[in-house]
Design a binder for this molecule. Sequence first.
Ligand code: ADP
Ligand code: F6P
Length: 325
Amino acid sequence: MEIKNIAILTSGGDCQGMNTTVNIVVRIATLKGLNVYGVRQGYRGLCENNFVKLTNANVENISSLGGTILKTARFPEFKEDEIVDKAVNNLKERNIDALIIIGGDGSFRGAKSLMEKGIDIIAIPGTIDNDLRYTDRCLGFDTAVNNACNFIENVKQTMGALDRGVIFEVMGRYCGDIALHTAAATACDIVAVPEKPTSEEEFIQKVKDCITINKKVPTVVIAEKLYDIEKVTKRLNEETGIEFKSSVVGYVQRGGAPSVWDRTLAMQFGVRAVELITKGILNKAIGIKGNNVFEMNINDALHCEYNYNYELLNLFYLLNTKVED
Ligand code: ADP
Ligand code: F6P
């Protein structure tokens, strides 16, 4: 089948590197003589027929921007069969031969629904959470961790000056990658991640041990949704005799210019996506392992074995073990 028209959309939480990917896809696909359409607002736009033809001029100077020029959406309706049918009809009416989807695990499930109805897809992992397990890295993760680190370093300095403890909450929706990498890179004392669950009681005890055994005023990173940060901060204030502050790092992690690493990854993913489409290799998820970009079936990507970086977690624990100098 000759491929002439392709479309691209960004879905779920935006992440740094989405724009870089769109830029590369448009430029490379145009060079190869393909027509490229952008779908606005992810799956919502797919159902509402919100397509726009993309040219090189449309994507000039977007590579270094956070957010997504195509916009994105949380669109839970896409779990419904009839809604997916609408998207399929819109794609067919426009003679779209392949659709590139950039997003996280939810977006990949949406991709699967489309695939099951005969739409040819290439899926690119884009989520700061880094929770797609088939790939070492998702777009946006590196930038988000860097943003969180800058934030935490600044707050740590002022809290340290006043001998205050701090509990930071970082993003990651059920995935501890941002928390672990951020805590390790900023030399915090304690990290709490969902991959190594501890009760609130155990967590509080760990912080207390850090004060009594390690003789430190602790800086702590917890992953989103693990504990009620206000509650645990209040308890630590009342139970330790040290002043604790809470600090939710928040959306600053998801915004701002993509790091060089994320831009490079976006370029690699974008180039591979167009290459696969032109070769007729479809319904693949693109990823990276070590330095190698690869592709695998989207269904397999969604069922990949859990490979949390316990090595880094254990190193973090080791570095925070009290030793006499
Ligand atoms: P992310 O892709 O970053 O994980 P979401 O979880 O919000 O973000 O998923 C993005 C979108 O993918 C959802 O808003 C919805 O439109 C679609 N989606 C999520 N889960 C499913 C599912 N099980 N079936 C079909 N579509 C889904
Ligand atoms: O995009 C991922 C993420 O930032 C998660 O870390 C977080 O749980 C969620 O999105 C927040 O979603 P929203 O932007 O809809 O508040």
